[in-house]
Design a protein around this ligand. Sequence first.
Ligand SMILES: Nc1ncnc2c1ncn2[C@@H]1O[C@H](COP(=O)(O)OP(=O)(O)O)[C@@H](O)[C@H]1O
Ligand SMILES: [Mg+2]
Length: 264
Amino acid sequence: MTKMLEVSKVNYSYGRAQVLYDVSFEAAEGEIVTIIGPNGAGKSTLLNVVARSHKLRRGNIRIAERGTEKLSQAGIVKLGCVLVPEGRQVFSSLTVHDNLVLGGYVSRRSGTAKATIERVFDIFPRLAERSNQLAGTLSGGEQQMLAIGRAMLSRPKVMLLDEPSLGLAPQMTARIMEVLGELRRESGLTIVLVEQNAHAALGLADRGYLMSGGRVLTSGTSAELKADKMVQQVYLGASADPAPDANPGLAPEQPSTALPSEAK
Ligand SMILES: Nc1ncnc2c1ncn2[C@@H]1O[C@H](COP(=O)(O)OP(=O)(O)O)[C@@H](O)[C@H]1O
Ligand SMILES: [Mg+2]
């Protein structure tokens, strides 16, 4: 099966502070892979290096079986890999429709943009109803839908999502997970889902990786990870004090020291 994404031994530092240590993971075509781990584990940094919002300095990343060393952020999108960043980052002063149009800009797939926008509206009827509304006035869940819709406009082969469930009510989280499953089924999309919400992520993903302290601690099928002691200690048994809008007990904000330290 085609490896759509192959990340090998990526290291990354902010200044002198190293935050990724030889991180490797992969995703096959049509696979949904999750990367779970506590706050500060390095998950966002990792996705940003793959998408080349951060420079790739040490390590190797192949997308659709091609090397990416020389590619810019736009080059990565053109190759078919798109990032839905943490905190959605929609253009608040533009309408829903114009945000979607911009999503097709980098890959210059304007010829297919109209059809793809229709498709986004099919999947997210709430966006269709709000097509001319300013994105900044949407609810958090609607903004997340828009961020995913905008990413769809680049017609990706691989979609990287950074904590799409963050701050969303359980029902909205469930809907987002459902949509990701539909996208994979319908278009064979490969999905890399970064989440602190391990329940939601392992419910959807085929496989997963547990990260902490800038390292991959363990990996396996979702069933294996759900049964994994470390994963259970960090997430599944832990009951946090969730914000009213958060998923009860599922996404505790924990420092990376909450993991059994240096367990490998
Ligand atoms: N722009 C930055 N400058 C310096 N340090 C950063 C920056 N962004 C993140 N970090 C640090 O890198 C580590 C990993 O952060 P991050 O990748 O955001 O983890 P996660 O997404 O798993 O919560 C943390 O210790 C964080 O404080
Ligand atoms: Mg993050």
